[in-house]
Design a protein. Structure first.
Length: 538
């Protein structure tokens, strides 16, 4: 194919996103630095719910995660639906339910809420964990971007990634959170069409390969990691497997900073709930159902050979999307490249924003910029945002696999951040309990990951060594047990240590409001003019 059209599409699309950033800068941040931080991180809490629901969906249409989820369905069959699609579907209903609880915490960031309830050291610790998680996800999505764009532009993946981050750096630097949400809304329209075309193309390709009998052919296909007749077996890895995944994944996904920002950024709790409901519909359609259809069709269109993934989708099955697009005519393929760019920009700008926030707003700002002007704080926020995406880019250059990145970071998110935030509503939770649970959760997650992936899988002569070590009921969930272990260790620690230590001061408890906070003045008062937190009870 002629690469000129693909380059033209990439350049034109990037220019449009930069233009949006310039417009937002001129309207919101270019003429005044007053409340600049509030605008940069939360768009002054004045966004409509439908925008935020669309933005959530656009942020979740991340081809790294979706590509990884597709690869697992290709390798295992239906049992891999537990890895991403089913937990995501359950999560959509939980988000609707949790809207009023999130808005009872008048804070811009999750670590800030932790400080208002427990103290500054807890805020800094959780901010470090949060930055690690989202820098890792930025790295993973950039890695996937290079993999997907390289065949179209005809240059190496690292060049694609390097060029790709330039417009993102510019429009986030200029427009902050408002630019992220605005570009998400525009990009979602392209992404929705992209997913529909991809699914239709996959169905047509699978139908051609199976002479119109896709379901019948799937029953005969042998996924590399499960085998013939297992494509539709939802419980091939046993009943414990989904339980382990739900315990390990859901807590962290419920309190992702990008999700919390969107629920807090709505102009009212009613609008926030409207955004959550619209997110349920859009996410179910475009993030869960259509990608799953594409993955199953790939098993028919590019069937495994001799127990291994077909070369068209590569050995780890990460290239399913590219494999289907390569079969399309030039004009459609150019549009699909724009769809890839839209999907990845909407994801990477979100992760960049929420990776920079804990560093700039939760660590640098309270420790070093207490007496600085709003203009200085705003400039630091911009510089950190740019630096974070550069760090993610450098890490993406040395990435070889998506698995390690997602596995460890997702466990840290649940065990080290989610549990302390959930317990913010328990009056007996203490500062010591939060610190201990975060550290124990981190040690349990990383240690469990090392034990499962490095120790039990280390003996090349005995790749199923774990079969002789783990009890039978845990063998089906091998490779994921550490997720649940980290969460359960964190949970037990926060309860035990909190009960054994001095209760929190009443002033700390009053931070958690009895009703959602919609008033802008009360929200700003809590974020910017709050009294120091008292850790020990007087």
């Amino acid at each position: 194919m002629d690469k000129t059209f693909f380059w033209a599409a990439f350049i034109a699309y990037s220019a449009l996103m930069v233009y949006i950033g310039v417009v937002i800068y001129k309207k919101q941040l270019g003429h005044s630095k007053e409340k600049g931080i509030f605008e940069f991180w939360l768009a002054k809490r004045e966004l409509p719910g439908i925008w935020l629901g669309t933005s959530i969906t656009a942020g979740w249409l991340m081809l790294g995660w979706i590509g990884f989820g597709m690869s697992q369905i290709y390798l295992y069959g239906a049992t891999a639906l537990w890895i991403l699609p089913i937990p995501w579907f359950i999560l959509c209903f939980i988000i609707i339910w949790m809207v009023p609880f999130i808005r009872r915490l008048p804070s811009m960031s999750v670590p800030e809420a932790i400080e208002r309830r427990y103290g500054k050291s807890a805020r800094i610790l959780l901010a470090l964990f949060s930055a690690y998680v989202f820098i890792s996800w930025t790295q993973a999505e950039l890695f996937m971007t290079g993999t997907l764009m390289s065949p179209f532009l005809g240059v190496k993946p690292w060049i694609c990634m390097s060029l790709f981050v330039i417009p993102i750096i510019i429009y986030i630097y200029l427009g902050g959170f408002r630019a992220v949400v605005t570009t998400d809304v525009i990009q979602f329209g392209i992404m929705a069409i992209f997913m529909i075309i991809l699914a239709v193309g996959a169905i047509m390709s699978a139908s051609h390969a199976s002479n119109g009998d896709i379901i019948g052919t799937l029953r005969q296909v042998s996924p590399p990691f499960s085998g013939k007749g297992e494509v539709f077996n939802l419980f091939f890895l046993g009943m414990v497997f989904p339980i382990v995944l739900l315990i390990g994944y859901l807590p962290g996904w419920m309190i992702e900073q990008d999700l919390v920002l969107r629920l807090q950024g709505a102009i009212s709790t009613k609008e926030a709930k409207k955004g959550a409901i619209s997110g349920l519909v859009l996410i179910t359609t475009f993030v869960i159902v259509l990608p799953a259809i594409v993955a199953f069709c790939a098993l028919v269109a590019f069937p495994p050979v001799n127990g291994a993934a077909a070369s068209a989708v590569d050995e780890k099955a990460y290239s399913i999307i590219s494999a289907f697009i390569s079969q399309m005519p030039l004009g459609l393929a150019v549009f699909m490249l724009i769809g890839i760019i839209a999907s990845q920009m909407s994801t990477i700008d979100t992760f960049t924003n929420v990776a920079a926030m804990p560093i700039a707003y939760d660590i640098i700002d309270p420790l070093l910029l207490k007496k600085s002007s709003d203009g200085t704080r705003l400039q630091v926020a911009r510089i950190v945002s740019a630096a974070v995406i550069v760090v993610g880019l450098l890490l993406a250059f040395v990435s070889e696999s998506l698995g390690d990145i997602y596995y460890i970071s997702s466990g840290v998110l649940s065990a080290c951040i989610a549990i302390p935030l959930f317990f913010i509503f328990w009056k007996r939770t203490t500062h010591a309990g939060v610190i201990a649970s975060s550290l124990v959760g981190f040690i349990g997650t990383v240690g469990g990951y090392w034990y499962e992936y490095k120790y039990l899988s280390a003996d090349a002569k005995a790749p199923l060594y774990y079969m002789n070590v783990l009890p039978q009921w845990l063998q089906g969930s091998f490779g994921y047990n550490y997720l649940a272990a980290g969460v359960l260790l964190s949970l037990g620690t926060i309860v035990a240590v909190s009960l054994a230590t001095e209760p929190s001061h009443e002033r700390n408890l009053s931070f958690v409001r009895p009703e959602p906070v919609d008033g802008l003045a009360e929200f700003e008062q809590s974020c910017f003019v709050a009294e120091p937190v008292i850790v020990e009870k007087e």
